[in-house]
Design a protein around this ligand. Structure first.
Ligand SMILES: *Cc1c(COP(=O)(O)O)cnc(C)c1O
Length: 459
């Protein structure tokens, strides 16, 4: 027997989870207006809603929390945090924030004005939301292959460089205050971005004098994919790959709830000292003083340790294999899995799984709800409930390029038998898929509607 992967840790603390009955779940989903975001966590058996802040901290991280220094200004915790960022990422300046979206808000608040355009390989929903509330225009420029869920290619998260140049020339450099690149590309099925693409994207931004910031949430997983998929990097240590990736950028925003394996935290890091002044006042008003940014000192200490653990090669090897295994299990259950499997999640092409449900009736939401009813599994739609919009130029309704359902894997939380159970539930759902109904929105806010939308089943 070959063992698909083995956890490089053992369990010291457990959290009990409880299976509800099918009747209880039907009731819970109805009360949640058919949106799993509104289902209470206690009614979920296996929670794959997100990998954000849901990871298990290590004994070393908990120990570090006891050393937390809660001084308002200049706490020892802050300096340990700053040192870890300088050491792992290589940026000289860093400001902590309560989480990734706080970092985005602070950076964009300092650099972006209404009417301006910000390019990205694909904006994450909060990144898009942070630009929209300013009145700016987020533009996604993914490579075409990212929209083909069958194609096996190593770096489907890449930026389309031709489209990037075209966009810059069309809207004019003066209207692009900042350029982004998201690694890994969360909204494009968690696909990695190659080192060549990071370097070439940086070169284009540099040529036009546009400051280049990386959305770094899963930088360690991205570095691991570069190591295992780009032969030039097979013998390069992950931490060196990480330093090279960031060496091309002027700064980054980061949700530490991802690859720094903490339950809360984020930061914006950069090279230009001037930015500290520009962001600083805003940070103090909205997040907190420069050396804590809305976090406790103990959070900064856990984050500093987490940056080292999240870039450990044995951990990353397990992380990738664990996620890939869930991809195999779901494929075997008859679900069309986006290929290749990403780093933090398995994405299922729900448009393909339930082709009779049109994008306007959200096939991925329908599949999410069916999985919840069948086995108490909570997943999340990355499709038209999240991304449907009206084209500002043509006035047409634009749906998401793919109707994806994301099975997001919390770090160091679920074992292989949990993954096998998810496969069993998926198999049962796919035995009678024609019973699954599409949905329509009965109420939703204007921005980030998927978090709050109320829906009903279409008969
Ligand atoms: C999670 C995430 C964010 C936002 O971070 P939060 O900590 O959830 O606020 C931004 N970008 C990407 C790519 C993400 O995955």
């Amino acid at each position: 027997m070959t063992i698909p992967f083995i956890e490089p840790f053992r369990i010291k603390v457990v959290e009990n989870i409880k299976m509800t009955t099918r009747e209880e779940r039907i009731e819970a989903l109805k009360n949640a207006k058919y949106n799993v975001f509104a289902v209470p966590g206690a009614d979920v058996f296996i929670d794959l809603l997100t990998d954000s802040g849901t990871g298990a901290m290590s004994d070393e991280q908990w120990a570090a929390m006891m050393r937390g220094d809660e001084a308002y200004a200049g706490a020892k915790s802050y300096y340990r945090f700053e040192k870890a960022i300088q050491d792992i990422l290589g940026f000289p300046y860093v400001l902590p924030t309560h989480q990734g979206r706080g970092a985005e808000g602070m950076l964009f608040g300092a650099m972006v004005k209404a009417g301006q355009t910000v390019p990205n390989n694909r904006h994450f929903d909060t990144t898009m939301g942070n630009l929209q509330v300013i009145g700016a225009n987020p533009v996604d420029l993914p490579v075409e292959e990212s929209e083909d869920s069958e194609l096996i290619a190593p770096f489907k998260g890449n930026m389309d460089l031709v489209k990037l140049e075209e966009l810059i020339q069309r809207v004019g450099v003066e209207n692009i205050p900042i350029g982004m690149l998201t690694i890994t590309n969360n909204s494009a099925a968690g696909q990695p971005v190659s080192m060549d693409n990071i370097r070439d994207t940086a070169a284009i931004y540099k040529k036009y004098g546009i400051p280049f910031f990386i959305d770094a949430c899963r930088f360690a997983e991205n570095a691991w994919f570069i190591k295992i998929r780009d032969p030039k990097y097979k013998d390069v240590p992950v931490r060196e790959i990480v330093r090279e990736m960031f060496s091309y950028a002027d700064g980054c925003t980061m949700s530490a709830k991802k690859d720094a394996i903490v339950n809360i935290g984020g930061f914006v890091a950069f090279r230009d000292k001037e930015l500290k002044g520009k962001i600083g006042a805003n940070l103090i008003v909205h997040e907190g003083y420069l050396t804590y940014g809305g976090l406790a000192g103990r959070d900064l200490d856990a984050l500093a340790v987490g940056l080292y653990e999240g870039t450990d090669e044995e951990y990353l090897n397990y992380r990738e294999a664990h996620t890939r295994y869930l991809g195999e299990v779901l494929s075997a259950a008859g679900l069309p899995v986006y290929k290749p499997t990403g780093g933090h999640a398995v994405y299922v092409d729900a448009g393909k799984a339930l082709p009779w449900i049109p994008p306007s009736q959200f096939p991925a939401v329908a599949l999410a709800n069916a999985l919840y009813i069948e086995g108490g599994i909570r997943t999340v739609e990355i499709g038209s409930l999240m991304f449907e919009h009206t084209d500002p130029e043509t006035g047409e309704q634009v749906y998401s390029p793919l109707e994806l359902l994301r099975f997001t894997i919390p770090r160091r939380v679920y074992t292989r038998s949990h993954l096998d159970f998810i496969g069993e539930v998926a198999k049962r759902v796919m035995e009678n898929p024609k019973d699954i109904k599409g949905l329509r929105v009965t109420w939703a806010p204007e921005v980030l509607r998927h978090f709050m939308a109320e829906l009903e089943e279409v008969e």
